[in-house]
Each structure stands twice: as structure tokens, then as C-alpha cells.
Design a protein around this ligand. Structure first.
Ligand SMILES: *Cc1c(COP(=O)(O)O)cnc(C)c1O
Length: 409
């Protein structure tokens, strides 16, 4: 059954409006995507009606015969797809999944090394305002003047500070992450390396970004970004750490898992195991490179000078235009992006110099490299000449020709 005017007029109207908004706009938020109708169906299924604290075969509730099979299936698909010993598919989302890593392998007050938030890291890698920065001693590494992760700095900090855990991965990293180098540093200083591949999990599965497996004994990923699943997360690890991870997720941090999400994760992992998904991942990166190349031609500065991944960080410092007014102008033109700090930002964090864009969602809608030229030109027209209204019309026209999965055409 779908939500209609007779069941709840107010919410039905809001959902209809959101569908129309998503259908007609161009989404360049690098952490967003469109899930398939099958993923949508699983997450809107009768598994909403369950409680299943515990793990398959070891539940605190009766009536989980089928739920056990759903969770085992999701975990099996995850271990096979990523090539790991163990997968915990219960974390509610990426932030609580990272918290489980702390709970499993560190004590409050321990030193944690992570990428600084303004450099492209995530809040949960020990940043001040996060619980992880308040309850642990967060030390931060960043990028060099070339915009690439400064591995010498990572090594120096690791050897000087002897962190319990080193996090690699982040939210605004346009370049390939050298998991092997991080693994070596972690071994040298006796830290646990946790790879947070939330942004790039789909690229890893699709074979267009190296895998952290073999370098990071613990891996966290959200399931809703390039992996194109429901909102949720997974923890992947070697056999030695399976028990500690499971205990940290439940009963350490969470109660009942969201079984509807588990089913949807299973569906998404099934989709990601198909050969077409590797084509998708390749197209995401090809599109990002085409978009970056055109922006460079148009005279824009990009952090690190380009991209190896799905993500581009435009540095507007030399244009004198703030990232926030630029992102708001793009939004009015139907191009959804977000303002972001750039490394060594000269502006304030709430009004930074960068705009962060990415290609996972537009690639899911079937746009190709020729369309990326068009998109770069639109971005330029909006930012430099304020041509919002005409661009809005052209965006709507292109998007109408490329319906998204799960949205009414
Ligand atoms: C998105 C993200 C998270 C957090 O995920 P939520 O589901 O938003 O809590 C953690 N780490 C990285 C690197 C991310 O990109």
C-alpha cells in the first residue's frame, strides 16, 4: 500500500513534493544516491514490525526464524563481496558504527589519530564537538599544500603520539586513499587501523578504488552512499576481532537491529555483486574526471588539482565568492551541492571557500561524460554570471529525460 491522500494527506503531499523535487533537480551531493525500487521495497516491508535483539541463533525474542535468515543472508553477501571474515550488518548508521569501533578497541581518554574535519575527515574520527573528540584524545592529520593526505605527517604523529586507533577515510577526499601506507604506519606504531570507506564502498566493490582488506583489520562503511543501499552501516573485520565488534554493537551500543534495513542491505549487496555494478562504479569515476577536467578548463581551482574518485572539491578562494552563496545559487538553479571547507581555508567554517560535488547520483540516472561538460558549464554560468533561472529550466529538461530509479517518471 502506498501513502495516499486518504491515509495521511499532509505527509502524502510532502512525499509527493519531495519526489517531484528529486525528479527535477540535479543532485551533486557526493554522499547521496538513488536506491533501486527493490531496496525501497525491502526497507518499506513488514520487517518494520519486528524486534530481534541479539544475533542470528542467539536472540532475546522469539519469532525471529525468518529474520535470522535475512540477517545471515546480508552478512554472507557482505563477507563475500568485500572478501572479509566477518560482517556485522546491524549498525543504525555510520556514526554509531564508528562509535562501536571505539567501544571495542579503546578506553575513554585514549589517543585516536584521525583526519581533521576541515581537511576532509569525519566528525566521528575524534573531532572536538563529537563524542569521539570529547571522550577520547583526538589527534589530527591533514593534507599537504598539494591537497593530498600528508603521509609523512601521519607517520610522525603516529610514532610521537602512539594512538590506540588510526582512522583513515573521510568525507571530502578526492584522491585514492593509500591503505597499504596507512597499514604500514599502524603496524609500526602498534595502532589498530580502522578504514572508514563510507564514501567509496561502491568504488571499492566496483574495483575502481583499492580495497582496505589486508591493510585495515576493521572496516566501516555506510550502506547508503556509493554502495547505493538503504541508510545504514556495516562493520567488516577479520575473525580475531569479530567477537569484540559484535559485542560493541549489541549490547554495547544498540538495542534491536532495524531488520527492514538489514533486508534492504541484503538487496543492495546483491545488486552490487552484479557485473553491471562494476560498470556503474567505473562510470562514476569517469564522470567525475570529465566534470573536473571541464571545471579546470573553465579556470576553477580544484583541491588536489582533480579527482581519482566520485568527489570534487571546488576551491573558490581566488574567485572571491564564498562557498555558501555559491551553493545557494546552485540550489536555486536546481543543482544540489554543499558548501564545504577547503584545506587551509581563509574563510570561516560556517562560510567556507569550497563547494563539494560528486557524481554517484547523476551516474545512477544514466548521465555520461558529455553531460558532465554541460553540468560544469551550468555551474560556471550560475556562479559567475548568476544565470540561475535559465539554468533551472535546462536542468529540469535534462533530468526529465533521465528518470531516477524509484521515482515516478
Ligand atoms: C557519512 C559518513 C559517516 C557517518 O555516517 P552517518 O550515517 O551520517 O552517521 C562516517 N564516516 C564517513 C567517512 C562518512 O562519509
Amino acid at each position: 500500500m502506498t501513502l495516499t491522500a486518504t491515509t495521511d494527506l499532509e505527509v502524502a503531499e510532502l512525499l509527493r513534493a519531495e519526489e517531484e523535487f528529486q525528479a527535477s533537480t540535479l543532485r551533486l551531493i557526493p554522499s547521496e544516491n538513488y536506491v533501486s525500487p527493490a531496496v525501497l521495497a525491502a526497507s518499506g516491508s513488514v520487517l518494520q514490525n519486528k524486534y530481534s535483539e541479539g544475533y542470528p541463533g542467539r536472540r532475546y525474542y522469539e519469532g525471529n526464524q525468518i529474520v535470522d535468515r535475512v540477517e545471515r543472508l546480508a552478512a554472507e553477501r557482505a563477507t563475500r563481496l568485500f572478501g572479509v571474515d566477518h560482517a556485522n550488518v546491524q549498525p543504525y548508521s555510520g556514526s554509531p558504527a564508528n562509535l562501536a569501533i571505539y567501544l571495542a578497541f579503546a578506553e575513554p581518554g585514549d589517543t585516536i589519530l584521525g583526519m581533521g574535519l576541515p581537511m576532509g575527515g569525519h566528525l566521528t574520527h575524534g573531532w572536538d564537538v563529537s563524542a569521539t573528540g570529547r571522550w577520547f584524545r583526538g589527534i589530527r592529520y591533514g593534507v599537504g599544500q598539494d591537497g593530498r593526505i600528508d603521509l609523512d605527517q601521519v607517520r610522525d604523529l603516529a610514532l610521537a603520539e602512539r594512538p590506540k586507533i588510526i582512522f583513515c577515510g573521510g568525507t571530502a577526499i578526492p584522491r585514492t586513499i593509500d591503505f597499504a601506507a596507512f597499514g604500514e604506519i599502524a603496524r609500526e606504531c602498534g595502532a589498530l587501523l580502522a578504514a572508514d570507506i563510507s564514501h567509496i564502498a561502491g568504488l571499492v566493490v566496483g574495483g575502481v578504488h583499492p580495497s582496505p582488506v589486508g591493510h585495515a583489520p576493521v572496516i566501516m562503511t555506510t550502506t547508503h552512499k556509493t554502495l547505493r543501499g538503504p541508510r545504514g552501516a556495516m562493520l567488516l573485520c577479520d575473525a580475531d576481532r569479530a567477537k569484540a565488534i559484535d559485542r560493541a554493537v549489541f549490547p554495547g551500543l544498540q538495542g534491536g537491529p532495524h531488520d527492514h534495513t538489514t533486508a534492504a542491505i541484503a538487496v543492495a549487496l546483491g545488486e552490487a555483486a552484479r557485473p553491471e555494478f562494476a560498470d556503474y562504479a567505473r562510470a562514476v569515476v569517469d564522470n567525475a574526471k570529465a566534470l573536473a577536467d571541464r571545471l579546470l578548463e573553465l579556470g576553477y581551482d580544484l583541491v588536489s588539482g582533480g579527482t581519482d574518485t566520485h568527489l570534487i572539491l571546488i576551491d573558490l578562494t581566488t574567485t572571491g565568492i564564498g562557498g555558501k552563496p555559491a551553493a545557494k545559487a546552485l540550489d536555486r538553479a536546481g543543482i544540489v551541492a554543499n558548501y564545504n571547507t577547503v584545506p587551509f581555508d581563509t574563510r570561516k567554517p560556517f562560510d567556507p571557500s569550497g563547494v563539494r560535488i560528486g557524481t554517484p547520483a547523476v551516474t545512477t540516472r544514466g548521465l555520461g561524460t558529455a553531460d558532465m561538460i554541460t553540468i560544469a558549464d551550468w555551474i560556471d554560468r550560475v556562479i559567475r554570471t548568476g544565470d540561475e533561472e535559465r539554468v533551472r529550466g535546462e536542468v529540469a529538461e535534462l533530468m526529465a529525460a533521465h528518470p531516477a530509479p524509484g521515482l515516478p517518471a
